[in-house]
Design a protein around this ligand. Structure first.
Ligand code: SF4
Ligand code: SF4
Ligand code: SF4
Length: 200
């Protein structure tokens, strides 16, 4: 990005775009990525290194690989940035992260839960078996061949719900849009693991 383009990115616009997300971790990610790509000028160390490191920690939380120590470390990065950044832009970035990090939804991510279902790594698409009518519409739209099942035939009496093969699912969300009965749902990876262990 050219210096001219970087200057065009305004802090208030970054904040507006970040707040369009529901999940506080996603808000922080949008803020930090746009700050790094735009207004962050690199003239002082606490802000340039701090925002870069904060971005890494936030991505780890979103991917479900972070621990409580990472959240503590992110808090410490943000509080250093708040105190030591040379200008208001660095301080405002630190403030935004600090305001979001204490929300309970933030720590929920450590247990594999994103309540707003925006952290796609932490969610799974499933079909509720007892409500699936075997119409096959979801299978027709899935470009990744992740939906398995046979369409219901009028001359057959058996019932076998359609199923999403998690390893193949790219979480594109197309199936959920087309299911006429609303029986495809998003659940957290944690809920999925609990369902799997309940089957054993
Ligand atoms: S705090 Fe201000 S001066 Fe320092 S790197 Fe960030 S934007 Fe540049
Ligand atoms: S979310 Fe996308 S990839 Fe996954 S099953 Fe649905 S259509 Fe297929
Ligand atoms: S579109 Fe819905 S009802 Fe039809 S097969 Fe898929 S999950 Fe079942």
């Amino acid at each position: 990005m050219t210096e001219e383009k970087k200057k065009e990115i305004k802090m208030e616009d970054i904040k507006t775009r970040a707040n369009e997300k529901k999940c506080p971790v996603q808000k922080s990610l949008v803020f930090i990525e746009e700050f790094l790509a735009g207004p962050m000028c690199g003239k002082c160390f606490p802000c340039s290194l701090g925002s870069y490191e904060a971005g890494i920690k936030i991505k780890e939380i979103i991917e479900g690989t972070a621990t409580e120590e990472d959240i503590v470390s992110l808090k410490s990065i943000a509080s250093n940035m708040l105190v030591a950044s040379r200008c208001k832009k660095g301080k405002d970035t630190a403030k935004f992260i600090t305001e979001n990090i204490d929300l309970s939804e933030y720590t929920e991510h450590l247990s594999g839960i994103c309540s707003s279902k925006e952290c796609i790594e932490l969610v799974k698409y499933i079909i509720i078996p007892e409500q699936c009518t075997m119409c096959g519409i979801c299978q027709d739209v899935c470009k990744d061949n992740a939906v398995i099942g046979e369409k219901r035939k009028s001359y057959l009496s058996g019932y076998l719900s359609f199923e999403i093969v998690q390893k193949r699912c790219t979480k594109c969300g197309e199936c959920i849009k087309v299911c006429p009965y609303g029986v495809i749902k998003l659940i957290s990876s944690k809920e999925m693991a609990e369902k799997e262990s309940a089957k054993v």
